[in-house]
Design a protein around this ligand. Structure first.
Ligand code: SF4
Length: 188
């Protein structure tokens, strides 16, 4: 099966949160809901420690836990790999919220239902890019068929991502280089 997913170029993310805000506005999300979120992360290797920004949404996993635990069959994995959620069938039990390792499904207290990133599937079908990709002026986000990624430097996981073995998230990352001059002052 072909699998569509996000490419996250961490080396290009400036932490401006334009993607997060664009998504929130486009979907009219409540105050506490975020289908996409940008978080500061601290990664370490033998050369030192670097502070970066990681933009994440639903990973449209190959083996989605949300789909597995939902008693109302609200989740569906499409032929292109996108995991969609039918909020009309949702009773707000939040089992998916607890099961998703990546915090993707978001409960809306106003509607009593859960929903999540659908990879802007209606925009994709209309030939448009997802709003998060459109909003990023630095090219840090891109949607692609993941089996077409043959450029070097893309990896399936990064240090702060929960273990990918359970759900096999459909996302790839380009990690930034951690340079020696970023060593903590105490380690100089
Ligand atoms: Fe489901 Fe969470 Fe995977 Fe999205 S990231 S497909 S909500 S398990």
């Amino acid at each position: 099966m072909r699998q569509v997913g996000f490419l996250v170029d961490v080396s290009r993310c400036l932490g401006c949160r334009a993607c997060e805000v664009a998504c929130k506005n486009y979907f009219g999300l409540g105050e506490t809901q975020r289908y996409r979120r940008v978080e500061a992360v601290e990664w370490q290797n033998k050369d030192g420690i670097g502070l970066f920004y990681l933009s994440l949404a639903c990973n449209h996993c190959e083996s989605p836990e949300c789909f597995r635990v939902c008693p109302n069959r609200t989740y569906k994995k499409r032929r292109d790999g996108i995991v969609v959620h039918d909020a009309g069938r949702c009773d707000g039990c939040c089992l998916c919220v607890k099961a998703c390792p990546y915090g993707a499904p978001q409960y809306d207290a106003a509607t009593g239902k859960v929903d999540k990133c659908d990879l802007c599937v209606s925009r994709l079908e209309g030939g448009l890019r997802p709003v998060c990709e459109d909003a990023c002026n630095n090219g840090a986000l891109k949607v692609a068929f993941l089996d077409r990624i043959d450029e070097e430097g893309w990896v399936k996981s990064v240090p702060s991502l929960p273990n990918i073995k359970l759900t096999r998230p459909s996302v790839q990352f380009k990690p930034p280089v951690i340079r020696k001059q970023w060593l903590r002052r105490t380690e100089l």
